[in-house]
Design a protein around this ligand. Structure first.
Ligand SMILES: [Zn+2]
Length: 153
């Protein structure tokens, strides 16, 4: 519980630029909200007075994580706290906070298994605050946390 609360608070404090709302019923990717990558990132870049990087160059890979039921990536630039929603249908992204990009988005090989486990967890009225998976978190740990949440400890 402490770990989950900390994660949610941390992401609220960095002030994620969101053009979509947090999921309330099931795990989402960017395309579930009806946005393509460019439709989502375009307004965010304009809002930051930045232009989208040229699409003929890829900087490297970035790794998707699940935050409050939404697949996202954190910016890989060490000085940037930006985070953006991502989709596996067109798995590229750029960072509206610092202008870095483009990056290939890499989802975990066991994405479906992670999602299935997290959907076992309670969904409070405030949303999917317990549906979090950070890079490298093993299934064993997720199952343990789910058990604790279901027991209400
Ligand atoms: Zn950035």
């Amino acid at each position: 519980m402490v770990t989950e609360s900390f994660r949610a608070r941390k992401y609220n404090e960095v002030g994620i630029l969101m053009a979509i709302s947090w999921p309330t019923d099931r795990i989402h990717e960017l395309h579930d909200s009806g946005y393509s990558v460019l439709e989502y990132l375009g307004p965010l870049f304009r809002g930051s007075n930045r232009t989208l990087p040229p699409m003929d160059h890829v900087e490297g890979d970035t790794y998707a994580e699940l935050i409050r039921g939404l697949w996202m990536v954190r910016c890989s630039e060490p000085y940037c706290s930006g985070a953006t929603a991502v989709t596996s249908l067109n798995s590229i992204t750029a960072c509206p906070s610092c202008g870095a990009g483009w990056f290939n988005v890499v989802f975990p090989a066991n994405k479906a298994q992670i999602e299935k486990e997290l959907m076992k967890r309670p969904i409070p009225r405030v949303g999917m605050i317990f549906a979090n998976w950070l890079l490298g978190e093993p299934m064993k740990q997720l199952r343990k946390e789910t058990a604790v949440l279901l027991e209400g400890v």
